[in-house]
Design a protein around this ligand. Structure first.
Ligand SMILES: Nc1ncnc2c1ncn2[C@@H]1O[C@H](COP(=O)(O)OP(=O)(O)OP(=O)(O)O)[C@@H](O)[C@H]1O
Ligand SMILES: [Mg+2]
Length: 506
């Protein structure tokens, strides 16, 4: 297979220049990592490459011949396959049908050959070790990790005389557990071994350092560098992405911090998979919630904010017992940043400022809100500034924002109600390292000022770097609380799986 060349690609959206003369070559037999902060232009480049978007300037060449732009079929024909960032499953379709969304359905005598369709899906799933997934099951029955693996598997479906050779993956591991990610890495190794090439976008530095043969950095839509991994490294990549040296990712704790009053009291809370959670949280405290995927981290937060209806127990916020619904929780001073920003969080078609303000309002306030745009916009602009939101203007629709910037809109929304307790579920998933350090600094500042934070995360450095205490969850239960200070990643991880001292003794 000859190499694929992107030549001086530019793409503008109104006043925003998403890509500015970017050139890149992709070769068979190598993993090419594409790095850049949120909004740097990575997904835009991929959409252009997929034919989903037409560049204002530039060409895409395969072996010296131009591929017509803006035509997904032409890109498929050229052997390219895509896993886009944040694509959602089509409801009502089976796993196999979802896997064939951009493949022609196998047919016989003019009719869809369902046997062949399911067989092709099964075969592709098996290559990822996903034999346990039934291709006939509804796609929406699967968890987010499995859905992502299915999408990855769908790029492996053989498609007649048009062999695939270049696999383009935009943050494929963002929703995967480490075990699921390992399966993906094995397949990437196989694809490369068979002469395939991979264009790989991820904000997870360890993955990039492990997988990439070459690394390209984009900044503000411009090409900064393309280097073999042997000639670059973490510090250099970060420096090129951000223009800054980010050796201190986590701001220090305030040394004179004294524990505040108890603001949240949770007793015997059971809800869905969560069982009998009991704890107290003080003003200014950051409680990390750790545990393997499926241990109930997310369920705990959803139960606290009332997104998951409780079967038992009480939650007392600032002396007031909550009735279990989300409205009262938000109004009482709780705020929640969900993990699945597209499905749980944002009104994508609406403007940024509406997304920030609307959930806090009801009835009369809503009416007044529509009459008082100017003030609301100012609030959104201030908060947008605090979270370093990168957008053309606060009237821009959220669907036009890059993935990480959508996350920041949710942060701004949570802060707009001046909460007493902030619940964060995977707060920096898909957020670039520069913005991440800003969010960390912001969380620390707010907690120093008395905000209590509950942060569920799968990112161990983040848990250790920000938390005062860490609650470890196992099988829906809070199994243990540990002080974060002085704890290592290995020690924390070992507690996910192993019995506590008391349990060992028993
Ligand atoms: N349809 C659109 N309309 C207007 N602006 C857009 C549109 N699509 C992208 N942009 C803008 O182009 C810029 C690049 O966005 P892009 O999604 O390519 O970033 P990214 O590098 O993928 O970021 P992330 O890491 O957050 O996913 C951003 O400023 C974004 O707001
Ligand atoms: Mg993106």
């Amino acid at each position: 297979m000859p190499q694929l060349d992107l030549e001086t690609i530019s793409r503008r959206f109104g006043a925003v220049t998403a890509l500015d003369g970017v050139s890149l070559s992709l070769r068979p037999g190598e993993v090419h990592a594409l790095m850049g902060e949120n909004g740097a232009g990575k997904s835009t480049l991929i959409r252009v490459l997929a034919g989903l978007d037409r560049p204002d300037e530039g060409r895409i060449m395969l072996g010296g011949e131009e591929i017509p732009p803006g035509q997904p079929a032409a890109m498929r024909e050229a052997g390219l396959r895509f896993i886009h960032q944040e694509l959602h499953a089509v409801k009502g379709l089976s796993v196999a049908e979802n896997m064939h969304l951009d493949h022609p359905y196998p047919r016989r005598a003019g009719l869809v050959n369902w046997g062949a369709l399911n067989a092709a899906a099964s075969e592709a799933l098996a290559r990822l070790g996903l034999e346990t997934i039934d291709p006939r099951a509804p796609m929406t029955d699967l968890g987010p990790g499995d859905q992502m693996l299915v999408r990855i598997a769908s790029t492996l479906i053989a498609d007649g005389d048009r062999p695939a050779w270049l696999y383009v993956m935009d943050e494929p591991t963002a929703a995967l557990t480490s075990g699921e990610s390992e399966r993906l890495f094995t397949v990437i190794g196989q694809l490369i071994g068979q002469g395939g090439g991979v264009l790989y976008v991820s904000h997870r530095m360890p993955e990039v350092l492990r997988l990439a043969d070459r690394v390209t950095v984009l900044r503000d839509g411009r090409h900064v560098s393309t280097r073999p991994l042997s000639e670059t490294g973490e510090a250099r990549i970060i420096e090129e992405m951000t223009g800054r040296d980010l050796s201190a990712l986590f701001p220090p704790r305030r040394s004179d911090a004294t524990p505040g009053e108890v603001v949240l009291r949770v007793e015997q809370l059971s809800a869905g998979p969560l069982e009998e959670a009991t704890f107290e949280l003080r003003a200014g405290e950051v409680l990390g919630v750790a545990g393997i995927a499926g241990s109930g981290r997310g369920a705990l937060l959803r139960a606290l904010v009332g997104e998951q209806s409780r079967s038992d127990g009480t939650v007392t916020l600032d002396g007031r017992t909550l009735n279990g619904g989300p409205k009262q929780a938000w109004r009482g001073g709780m705020a929640y940043v969900p993990r699945e920003r597209r499905s749980e969080g944002l009104m994508l078609r609406r403007a940024i400022f509406e997304n920030v303000a609307l959930p806090h309002l009801s009835g009369l306030a809503r009416l007044r809100y529509f009459l008082d745009h100017r003030r609301q916009r100012r609030v959104a602009r201030d908060l947008g500034g605090q979270v370093q939101l990168k957008a053309a203007s606060i009237t821009q629709a959220c669907e036009e924002l890059s993935g990480g910037n959508q996350q920041k809109v949710l942060f701004a929304r949570a802060l707009a109600g001046a909460p007493k307790v902030l619940l964060l579920d995977e707060p920096t998933r898909g957020v670039d390292i520069g913005a991440r350090s800003e969010l960390y600094r912001l969380i620390r500042e707010l907690s120093d000022a008395g905000l209590a934070v509950v942060m569920a995360s799968s990112d161990l450095p983040e848990l250790l770097g920000l938390s005062d205490r860490i609650a470890i969850m196992r099988d829906g239960r809070l199994s243990e609380f540990v002080e974060a200070e002085g704890l290592t990643e290995a020690e924390l991880l070992s507690r996910f799986y192993h019995l506590s001292k008391e349990e060992q003794a028993a």
